[in-house]
Design a protein around this ligand. Structure first.
Ligand SMILES: Nc1ncnc2c1ncn2[C@@H]1O[C@H](COP(=O)(O)OP(=O)(O)OP(=O)(O)O)[C@@H](O)[C@H]1O
Ligand SMILES: [Mg+2]
Length: 298
């Protein structure tokens, strides 16, 4: 395997066994991600997205296939090498439960460094830098319960970067957030990708979040079925009526966020704001009812 890729996976198979039952979560999945890329993984529930991310992050092992991350062959690593790999090479951000509720934001960011024995002064300096990167210096001494969901995820991102890993893996990091906060969090991920040069792979259900990535991979039934740039993904290639409805709803949500911003910046009057917002919301409602009629929970 060459060292030019951040991730190089070939023919990954993952079979989960529980008693008699076998689930083949990955069915010969191959993928390469270049160093410095930001990639979004999308796909239906149960398609294998989290399974892939967990294998890439050394949290789980593939049943078969080869996998190299940042030049290390994960299949050859023993348990303690995997622990080391997880500490130094990967930063994880999950959908929730990223932070320890009894510690302040600052302490949460320092914790992974303390685990590696970094000295107090150096920890403090780096923590301040990272909390600055995610724009939350004034919230440093707050506990997670005193932060909004979006702020908590930004602190989680800072904590994931504590030990300066080259790779950040994020499993639905915006999954519990409203549209506006989701976009704020994904914009910080994009900033970390561009300004700190981190390779980022994130799973998301949200098409707008996915579009912040440089490349979108769709997983279906344990293999990658499409690999596109966001502009292509946005093209009218929807595979089904429900996908089309969902895409239109997502688009309207985006327009609503923009409308809010325009109004706050004073670019439109309050009358214009109310009229356009009402129209958009009406359309959204109709589309939502149509999805509901089709039995899709949106
Ligand atoms: N620990 C496990 N034991 C048994 N089966 C599992 C386990 N983890 C996942 N699976 C199964 O493997 C398949 C892929 O699961 P995975 O969690 O990777 O899906 P996903 O794409 O992340 O879905 P979602 O969008 O709902 O998070 C599913 O059929 C799931 O039920
Ligand atoms: Mg998942």
């Amino acid at each position: 395997m060459s060292g030019n890729y951040a991730v190089e996976a070939r023919n990954l198979i993952k079979v989960y066994k529980s008693g008699e039952l076998e689930v083949q979560a990955l069915r010969g999945l191959s993928v390469t991600v270049a160093s410095g890329e930001m990639v979004a993984l999308i796909g239906p529930s149960g398609s294998g997205k989290s399974t892939l991310l967990n294998i890439l992050g050394g949290l789980d092992r593939a049943t078969a296939g080869s996998i190299s991350v940042m030049g290390s062959d994960l299949t050859q690593m023993n348990a303690s090498q995997l622990v080391e790999f997880r500490r130094t090479t990967v930063g994880h951000v999950f959908q929730n439960m990223n932070l320890i509720s009894t510690l302040t934001a600052a302490e949460n960011v320092e914790l992974p460094m303390a685990a590696l024995g970094v000295k107090r002064q150096e920890r403090r300096k780096r923590m301040e830098e990272l909390i600055g990167v995610v724009g939350l210096k004034d919230r440093m001494d707050h506990k997670p319960g005193e932060l909004s969901g979006g702020e908590q995820q930004r602190i989680a991102l800072a904590a994931a970067l504590a030990n300066d890993p080259p790779l950040v893996l994020a499993d639905e990091p915006t999954g519990e957030l409203d549209t506006e906060n989701a976009m704020i969090v994904v914009n910080y991920l994009a900033k970390v990708n561009k300004e700190l040069g981190k390779t980022i792979i994130m799973v998301t259900h949200d098409p707008r979040v996915a579009r912040a990535a440089g490349r979108i991979l769709r997983i279906q039934d344990g293999v990658i079925t499409t690999d596109v740039a966001p502009s292509e993904e946005a093209a009218p290639t929807q595979t089904s009526y429900t996908d089309m409805l969902k895409a239109r709803i997502a688009n309207i949500d985006g327009q609503l966020v923009n409308l809010d911003a325009e109004f706050r910046k004073g670019l439109i009057t309050s009358d214009q704001f109310v009229e356009r917002q009402t129209n958009l919301k009406k359309t959204r409602e109709v589309l939502g009812e149509e999805l509901h009629r089709l039995g899709v929970v949106h």
